[in-house]
Design a protein around this ligand. Structure first.
Ligand SMILES: [Zn+2]
Length: 266
């Protein structure tokens, strides 16, 4: 498999590319709503509301079509995991410059092309495993609840029909924005990392992919203006090198550590 060496120059080239940036609607966020009543908000509610937010994002971002090489590659990597762990997952590629991936409570996973550009298949599997972990652990439901509150559409979410039926385009945009801004706790991130490692191991994938993915993220956080923007995005996550070290410890314990498979990062 082709390993992509990563340098800061490569990063600024990615940023300078003519790709669109992830589109969200910041203007539509008004006053904070009354909040979502914790006890009343179910997994099904979160799935329904997340689906509405994702639909808006899909409509307002450049989604790679069925024949796009990015889609073909993600089909190969993700295709066999659509029913992973009892979940009903769907995935798409956003052709945007942001280096990211996210998962929502309805089982939607979105992987950004710029992340695919810098990661091998094994590394992407580790990222995908991490995102599936968030869905499986119900972190996405908590994030969705927080997003509803922040996007001031919480009141609408309390209605029987749910947000999808009642929100305007700009309100859905605000919801999508709040979903993208939702941060998980450190513990949720660590648990998702554990899930990711187990996912790799269970399916017989090279767990070095998880180590290399975190080292790749670590290299992005070092130096330069773009790095500081990336650092900001990663703030909710534990330190990337520390996450890599955790993988190393487990891999060594499991006899799955392969020194020769450590990615060369320029
Ligand atoms: Zn995460």
């Amino acid at each position: 498999m082709k390993r992509i060496g990563l340098s800061l120059m490569a990063i600024s080239m990615l940023v300078g590319a003519a790709n669109a940036q992830l589109k969200v609607n910041t203007k539509a966020i008004g006053a904070v709503g009354k909040g979502v009543k914790a006890a009343a908000y179910s997994d099904a509610d979160a799935a329904r509301d997340a689906a509405a937010g994702v639909k808006w994002m899909d409509e307002h971002n450049p989604v790679a079509d069925a024949n796009d090489p990015y889609t073909v590659r993600l089909n190969k990597i993700f295709g066999k995991h659509k029913s992973e762990d009892g979940l009903n997952l769907n995935y798409k590629v956003y052709k945007v410059v942001d280096i990211n991936a996210f998962a929502c409570a309805d089982g939607s996973v979105r992987v950004f092309s710029s992340l695919m550009d810098i990661m091998s298949d094994d590394e992407l599997l580790a990222v995908i495993g991490h995102e599936i972990g968030h869905v499986r652990n119900h972190d996405s439901k908590d994030a969705m609840k927080a997003a509803l509150t922040r996007s001031a559409v919480a009141d609408a979410a309390g209605s029987q029909s749910g947000v999808a039926a009642s929100l305007t385009d700009s309100q859905l945009g605000a919801l999508a924005e709040a979903m993208m801004d939702s941060k998980h706790s450190r513990k949720q991130e660590t648990d998702a990392d554990t899930y990711s490692y187990d996912f790799m191991k269970k399916h017989g994938y090279n767990v070095m992919g998880a180590y290399n993915a975190f080292m790749t993220l670590a290299s992005l956080s070092e130096g330069g203006a773009q790095a500081s923007k990336f650092q900001k995005m990663m703030n909710s996550h534990p330190d990337s090198k520390q996450r890599a070290e955790e993988v190393k410890k487990r891999a060594q314990k499991d006899g799955l550590w392969k020194e020769a498979d450590i990615k060369k990062i320029k």
